[in-house]
Write a protein of this length. Sequence first.
Length: 297
Amino acid sequence: MAKPGRLGVGIVGAGKVGAVLGAALRGAEHAVVGVSAVSEASRERAETLLPGVPILEVQDIVERAELVLLAVPDDALPDLVDGLAKLGAWQPGQLVAHTSGRFGVGVLHPVRAAGAVPLALHPAMTFTGMTLDLTRLLDCTFGVTADAAMLPIAQALVVEMGAEPVAIAEADRTLYHAALAHGSNHLVTLVAQASELLAEVGVEAPERMLGPLLRATLENALASGESALTGPVARGDTGTVKAHAEALREFDGGGQGDVLAAYLAMARATALRAEGRGLLKPDQLRELRKALEPEED
C-alpha cells in the first residue's frame, strides 16, 4: 500500500543534482512522472538513476506533475520560470521547488501568481551524479526557504530524502550561498594549487601527502573553529612568510599566476583573524602585512 501524501514528481534538469534528488524522492515512494534531459550525459544519468522514467519536454512535465523540481543553473532559473508562466503552464495548488542556492522563493513569483506553491530546496553538498550521492544525502543539510505556512512541506520533502532541513530567510539566501561557495569551491582551488606545488618539487603522489593533513585540518576546524588555527602566519613568523612569498613569486613566473595571489590574499585574511583572536600583537600584524603586500611591477 502506498504511503499517504505521495506525489507525482516532475524533474526539470537531469543534471547531477536533479537526477539524484529525483532518485531520492522516488526512494521515498513518490512517483517520478517525467524528467527533462537534453545532453547525452544527462540522458545517460536519467537512465541510470531514474530507470523507466520517461524523458519528456519541460512543458509536458509541468502539466503532469504535482511537484515540479527545477534543477537548472542559477542564471537559467528566472527565464525558465517566466517562460513557463507565459505559456500558462503553472497550475493552482502545484508545488514548485528549485534547487538554486542563490535564490529564495522570490524568483518563483510567477509560480505564486498562478496559484502554485513556491519552495526553495538547496542541498549543501557537491554532487557526482552517481548513486553514491544517495548515501551522502544522509549526512547532508538543505537550505530551505518557503512561506511560513508552507515551510513544513518543504522540510518534510527534505526529511523524506534522508537529509536535514535548515530554514534560511529569503533576504539571506545570497550570503548563505556565498558562504557555501567560498568554503567548498575555493577549497578545491587551494588543494589543486598545493598539489601543483608538491608535484613541482618531485612529490609523485601529492594527494597521499595532503590527504591526512587536510582531513585532520578540516575536522579540527569544524570541531574547534579558529582555535584550530596554526602555521607561520598565526605565529607571526614573518621571515617564513616572506620566504614563502618569494618562492611562490618565482614559481608563478614573477607573480603572473594564480598561486601567489591566492597565498597572499588568504595569508592577509588569516593574519587579521589571528590578530582578532589575540594570537598576534599589533606590531606582528604590521610586519606581516608589509611582507604580504604584492610587489610593484
